[in-house]
Write a protein that binds this ligand. Structure first.
Ligand code: NAP
Ligand code: GCO
Length: 269
C-alpha cells in the first residue's frame, strides 16, 4: 500500500515538462529524470547540431522528446515556442529554467555587453519563459517552476561577477514568483547545484601540463565534504521531487545539491 502512495506522489504521468537548455549537461539529466517519472519532455537550445545530438541521446534512453530551436533571450521566439507546445501537448505543467552561460572575466576587464549577455540568459530569460508559461498554468489550475540557481546564488568568487549577480537575482526571482503565484497552486522553487562535471565547468577540471589536477579542482575538493565533483545525475532525484506532488507545499525554496559546500568552512591544509 505504502509504495503505491509514494509511486503516485512522485509520478509525473500526463504532465508536460519544458526544460530550457535540455540538450546536454544538467538540463538533459533533469529531463531524463522527469521522463522516467512519466513526463512528456520538450526542450530547447540554440544550436541545431546540439538539438540533433540531443534527440539521438533521448531516443537512446527511450525518451520521445521534442526539441525546439529557441534562444531564451528572444521574447517572441519564446512565446512562439510555448504556443506551439500548448497547441501540441497542452499547457506546460513543469518548467525547468536551466539554460545558462557563464563568463569568467575579471570585472575590470569585462565589457558591459558581456555582463549583459550573462544576465540576459541567466536571469532575464527565466523571467521571459516563466511569463510565457504562467497563464497556461493558471488556467490549468497549477504548475511547477524550477529555476536552476547556483552556489553563486549565495557566494561570490573572482571573475564571475555577472554570473553571481544573475544567479543571486534568480534566487530572489524564484522567491517572488512563489509569492505572486502560490495562490494559483503554482510552486516555484530553485535547485542550486554545487560544482557539477559538465561542459560548463570543464575548464575548471582540466589537467595541468604536468598532469597535476587543476588548482581549482584541488581547491574545491578541500571545500566539499563529499570530496568529489557532482554529476548531472545527482540532480535527478531533487528535480523529480520539486516537479511532483511530493513538493506541493514547498514554495520559494532553493534546494542546494552541493555535497555540503555551503555548510563547510573548508578542510585545513
Ligand atoms: P552547459 O553544459 O553549458 O549547457 C547549457 C545548455 O543551455 C546547453 O543546452 C545550451 O545549448 C543551452 N543554452 C545556453 N544559452 C542558451 C540560450 N540563450 N537559449 C537557449 N539555450 C541556451 O551548462 P550546465 O553545466 O549543464 O548548466 C546548466 C545550468 O545549470 C545553467 O543555468 C548553469 O548556470 C547551472 N549550473 C551549472 C553548474 C555546474 O557546475 N555545471 C552548477 C550550478 C548551476 P546551446 O548552446 O545549443 O543553446
Ligand atoms: C565557476 C563555476 C560555478 C558553477 C556553479 C557552481 O566558475 O565558479 O562555473 O559557477 O558553474 O554555478 O554552483
Amino acid at each position: 500500500m505504502e509504495s503505491l502512495f509514494l509511486e503516485k506522489l512522485y509520478s509525473l504521468e500526463g504532465k508536460t515538462a519544458l526544460v530550457t537548455g535540455g540538450a546536454y549537461g544538467i538540463g538533459f539529466a533533469i529531463a531524463e529524470a522527469l521522463a522516467q517519472a512519466g513526463a512528456k519532455i520538450v526542450f530547447n537550445c540554440r544550436s541545431s547540431e546540439h538539438r540533433e545530438y540531443a534527440l539521438r541521446d533521448y531516443e537512446e534512453k527511450g525518451i520521445e522528446a521534442k526539441g525546439y530551436l529557441c534562444d531564451v533571450t528572444d521574447e517572441s521566439a519564446v512565446r512562439d515556442m510555448v504556443t506551439d507546445i500548448e497547441n501540441n501537448f497542452g499547457a506546460v505543467d513543469i518548467l525547468v529554467n536551466n539554460a545558462g552561460i557563464i563568463k569568467r572575466i575579471p570585472m575590470t576587464e569585462m565589457k558591459a555587453e558581456e555582463f549583459r549577455e550573462v544576465v540576459d540568459i541567466d536571469l532575464v530569460a527565466p523571467f521571459l519563459v516563466s511569463k510565457a508559461v504562467l497563464p497556461g498554468m493558471i488556467k490549468k489550475g497549477g504548475g511547477k517552476i524550477i529555476n536552476v540557481c547556483s552556489m553563486m546564488s549565495e557566494l561570490g568568487r573572482e571573475t564571475v561577477s555577472a554570473y553571481a549577480a544573475a544567479k543571486g537575482g534568480l534566487k530572489m526571482l524564484t522567491k517572488n514568483m512563489a509569492s505572486e503565484y502560490g495562490r494559483y497552486n503554482i510552486q516555484c522553487n530553485g535547485i542550486g547545484p554545487g560544482y557539477i562535471a559538465t561542459p560548463q565547468t570543464a575548464p575548471l577540471r582540466e589537467r595541468q601540463a604536468d598532469g597535476s589536477p587543476h588548482p581549482f579542482d584541488t581547491f574545491l575538493m578541500a571545500k566539499t565534504p563529499a570530496e568529489r565533483w557532482g554529476t548531472p545525475e545527482d540532480l535527478m532525484g531533487p528535480a523529480v521531487f520539486l516537479a511532483s506532488a511530493a513538493s506541493d507545499f514547498v514554495n520559494g525554496h532553493i534546494l542546494y545539491v552541493d555535497g555540503g559546500i555551503l555548510a563547510y568552512i573548508g578542510r585545513q591544509p
